[in-house]
Design a protein around this ligand. Structure first.
Ligand code: NAD
Length: 477
């Protein structure tokens, strides 16, 4: 299929233009590339009603058939991978090769979830009674996705929610609605009407969803600040929530690493997707014995990296996705400049159209600086010197965030031990950002509530129901 430039919502199996639209901007040029539908409260009501009407039949559909539907969705993404890739670069800014990986990964996530099943546990099977616990779907899920990996992170929710027998209303970020809306078009031909509804809108739509009484659960990925609002808004009707929130991941680099060999890997741990990854390395602690050579090797590699329009051949890093985030990142750089911190690279504003921030690396800013303490979510990295392991672990953990983290060393056992001292949902040794659809992923502390992925993630889309039956009559009948 060739994607045309019209974007419609999917509500109850019908594609709908919406009574008004909003502009979607290419962050590399600041040009308007499309109009997306701006959902009204009435559109939301209709999407929720459609999902609610579709729920009983979908919940009763054999799980093998629901898995077949996920496989069909995966195949539809892969069959349109080239179109999705180009559109994703246009709306998100990421280079084509990264957009291609995201699109393939989105299909993979749907397909891989079909390996999961809903367990039944026999609690008791005695002469007196049988007791078992099964997992039944919740009902209608409201899914709210961010703009850094719009298609992939939407599939993190679609795959387990639908597999477990729920129906869904999915909302992409207003900065990146286009690939998700096209996915909705493809889903229309695969899923029964109402099982998946896709609606787009402005800043008001998310709060309308979280306070809407028709949802049984909100699955949200975004910032910690918004996550707090989502949880508060979901409270009056006691909606279930899964919150995948922000992070301030530390990488701890021990003195025995091969400096030249790992510089490039460490660079990309922080700068892939222009630093706009929840599990990007956001502060890098380097042991004092190798601080200078490691610092110089990272900076030397950074100077070879091509920043530009993601649609151009050879681009390795694109623009920041949107103006508010661009201004936030510039604000952090300005703060570092005002405080007199040392810039190893970058720090100046790129005087070109588009939300471009040059690769910026800071030399050992203080621990209490904003760039160390806050989530930058952009191409600015503080390198920080340490000399004591207990001290670096204490600094790593002295934060409200707890999403990811990594330890780098030739001594894998030592690194493994150290990794277990990091208070985060995921910790890697000698790599970062490896996620699997079959492994639980989530934040601890204020990086999230609940997990996505694996059996644990699937079960968050279910209620546990225990059924008990006496084998011997308890009373005379
Ligand atoms: P955001 O919180 O601004 O927005 C996320 C989504 O929530 C968008 O769809 C937005 O329209 C919607 N939204 C905004 N206000 C809302 C409200 N009051 N109620 C309901 N919905 C609302 O986040 P973002 O800027 O799109 O994403 C960046 C953040 O997401 C970073 O902090 C990043 O670390 C985090 N993130 C976390 C994960 C994870 O898995 N833990 C993954 C990706 C991104």
């Amino acid at each position: 299929m060739t994607f045309d430039n019209t974007y419609r919502m999917l509500i109850g199996g019908a594609l709908q233009a919406g009574s008004a639209g909003f502009d979607v901007i290419n962050p590399a040029t600041e040009e308007v590339i499309a109009q997306a539908p701006d959902a009204t409260p009435d559109d939301l009501d209709r999407a929720v009603s459609a999902a609610r009407a579709a729920f009983p039949a979908w919940a009763a559909t054999p799980i093998a058939d629901r898995k077949a539907a996920l496989s069909a969705l995966a195949n539809a993404i892969w069959a349109n991978a080239e179109e999705f890739k180009r559109l994703l670069t246009l709306e998100q800014g990421k280079p084509h090769h990264e957009a291609g990986s995201e699109v393939m990964g989105a299909g993979y996530w749907l397909q891989a979830n079909t390996a999961l099943d809903l367990p039944e546990t026999v609690n008791e099977d005695s002469d007196d009674r049988i007791s078992m616990t099964r997992h039944i779907p919740l009902g209608v899920v409201g899914a709210i996705a961010p703009w850094n990996f719009p298609l992939l992170l939407a599939m993190f929710k679609v795959a387990p929610a639908l597999l477990a027998g729920n129906t869904m209303v999915l909302k992409p970020s207003p900065f990146t609605p286009l690939t998700t809306l096209k996915f909705g078009e493809l889903a229309r031909d695969i899923l029964p009407p109402g099982v998946l509804n896709v609606i787009s809108g402005g800043d008001a739509l998310g709060p309308w969803m979280t306070s809407h009484p028709g949802f049984d659960k909100i699955s949200f990925t975004g910032s910690t600040a918004t996550g707090r609002r989502v949880m508060a808004s979901a409270a009056p009707t006691l909606k279930r929530v899964t919150l995948e929130l922000g992070g301030n991941d530390a990488a701890i680099v021990l003195p025995d690493v091969d400096v030249e060999k790992i510089a490039e890997t460490l660079f990309w741990a922080a700068f892939s997707n222009n630093g706009q990854i929840c599990i990007a390395t956001k502060r890098m602690y380097i042991h004092k014995d190798i601080y200078e050579p490691m610092r110089d090797a990272i900076v030397a590699y950074a100077k070879t990296v091509k920043v530009g329009d993601g649609a151009e051949q050879g681009t390795q890093i694109g623009p920041i996705n949107n103006r508010p985030q661009y201004e936030r990142v510039l604000g952090l750089i300005e703060d570092a400049r005002d405080k007199g911190y040392t810039f190893l690279l970058g720090g100046e504003k790129a005087e070109v159209p588009g939300y471009f921030v040059p690769i910026t690396i800071l030399d050992n800013p203080p621990e209490d600086s904003r760039i160390v303490q806050e989530e930058q979510f952009g191409p600015v990295l503080p390198l920080i010197r340490f000399d004591d392991l207990d001290d670096v672990i204490a600094r790593t953990n002295a934060t409200d965030y707890g999403l990811g983290g990594s330890v780098w060393s030739k001594d894998e056992e030592k690194a493994w031990d150290l990794a277990q001292k990091i208070q985060s949902g995921t910790v890697w040794v000698n790599e970062t950002q490896h996620l699997s659809p079959l492994a639980a992923f989530g934040g601890i502390k204020q990086s999230g509530v609940g997990v996505e992925g694996g059996l644990e993630g699937l079960l968050e889309y279910t209620n546990a129901q225990t059924l008990v039956r006496r084998k011997k009559p308890a009373f005379a009948q």
